[in-house]
Design a protein around this ligand. Structure first.
Ligand code: GLY
Length: 313
């Protein structure tokens, strides 16, 4: 399906070697989910919704699918617990909301949006974020909502490997067999407004209290109507150190680049400075879609200028 309306939408579902995608059936499972979620985003746009509504809808649906590392599919930390991070940003006025180290919440991205709209702050963490969730009457879900057999097995494997994912000196070979899961959605609506959303369970076997790039404005997420919308997925520490989402926005602003050139410049910077592992999706202020990654694969999909839906690794 394509539309008369000029909107663009991109989502991602994590980057890595994705060695678990060994057969067509698993690959189709991922791609069908991405496609379905993009079609929901399309519907939001066709019904006159904003970029912000579209990214919140898509990110929530990605959080609701257990194959992705966010919401109910979140990976487990060193104590076998879920600690999730999420952020959302509105490119119209740079307003933003983020939560970090939250648990028992089905859709952290919705809580992040409430931080943006219902509080005077940008980020709330851990117990403070949970108290804010109670204040906003966000329903808590039980712990077993998150414990999928895959995530328990993944934690066992990470422990067997000697907590490799916690060591900054882990080898590329060791880290490449991981999926650096995060989910993200970015959009430009027909009015030219940009928005971005990123949500994650973080990294398998991470230390208690570890926060990644996803809720950090400018690292895992960024949106500015003057430049672009960006969502990142990958090894969060690399993205925080390079402030990658804002770096791409700055490249676009200062050098007058489009989405593809900005993405290339950002990925080159990420690789050169920190040998960064992961990828980004980018929509520029004209609605051009682009993606780039340093890992073998990144699950992602897009609708550009209201056109066809594309999904790929
Ligand atoms: N990019 C997700 C994380 O590192 O937590």
């Amino acid at each position: 399906m394509s539309s008369q309306l000029n909107y663009s939408l991109m989502v991602h579902g994590g980057a890595g070697a994705l060695d678990n995608v060994k057969d067509d059936k698993t690959a189709m499972r991922y791609l069908e989910s991405i496609r379905t979620i993009l079609e929901h985003g399309r519907e939001v746009m066709e019904l006159g919704g904003s970029a912000l509504q579209a990214v919140e809808t898509c990110a929530s649906l990605l959080e609701d699918d257990p194959v992705f590392n966010a919401g109910c599919g979140s990976v487990l930390n060193e104590h076998g617990k879920v600690e999730m991070d999420a952020a959302i940003m509105d490119g119209r006025d740079l307003s933003a909301g983020a939560v970090a180290a939250v648990d028992n919440i089905a859709n952290p991205i919705q809580l992040a949006r409430m931080v943006m709209t219902e509080s005077e702050h940008v980020m709330l963490i851990a117990e403070g974020a949970m108290r804010f969730a109670d204040h906003c009457e966000v329903k808590r879900v039980p712990e077993d909502y998150f414990y999928t057999p895959d995530r328990i097995e993944q934690l066992k494997q990470a422990r067997r490997k000697g907590k490799i994912m916690l060591d900054h000196d882990d080898t590329e070979a060791d880290s490449e067999d991981q999926k650096y899961g995060t989910i993200g959605a970015i959009a430009m609506d027909p009015y030219g407004n940009l928005a971005a959303a990123t949500s994650t369970g973080g990294i398998v076997n991470k230390r208690l209290g570890r926060v990644g790039d996803s809720p950090i404005i400018g690292a895992g997420v960024y949106a500015d109507n003057e430049t672009c919308a960006v969502s990142a997925t990958g090894y969060g520490e690399d993205f925080m150190r390079t402030v990658i989402a804002k770096t791409i926005s700055d490249y676009i602003m200062i050098m007058g680049l489009d989405a593809e050139q900005g993405t290339q410049a950002g990925i080159e910077y990420l690789s050169r400075k920190v040998t960064g592992r992961g990828g980004v999706i980018v929509i520029d202020k004209h609605g051009n879609c682009s993606s780039g990654f340093t890992t073998k694969k990144m699950i992602h999909g897009w609708i550009q200028h209201g056109g066809e839906t594309f999904c790929r690794f």
